[in-house]
Write a protein of this length. Sequence first.
Length: 117
Amino acid sequence: VQLQACGGGLVQAGGSLRVSCAASGRTFSRYDVGWFRQAPGKEREFVVAISWTGGSTAYADSVKGRFTISRDNAKNTVHLQMNSLKPEDTAVYHCAADLDGLRYKFWGQGTEVTVSS
């Protein structure tokens, strides 16, 4: 499975942005998917995850109520809608797929999100 994140950009605080993760491979629809982010000088952190059916999601406390994850298995795509963005949301956002225990097997290139104050 190859993953490609896209949709990042520059937005003002309070604004919105949608990043997407597009995958190759017919089995993507059977994989749990997660989004992670890494800000400059900081460790990578979990943002949100969605089950392969889309019926279960989990959010980091820092993004609850502001971010929404969804998936379209017919299009092998997972979206992350980010609203009420804050400067502290600035990071490179990565998607990952196929949760095996506590680790994801597949990772994509990140997309950069910059929130200006």
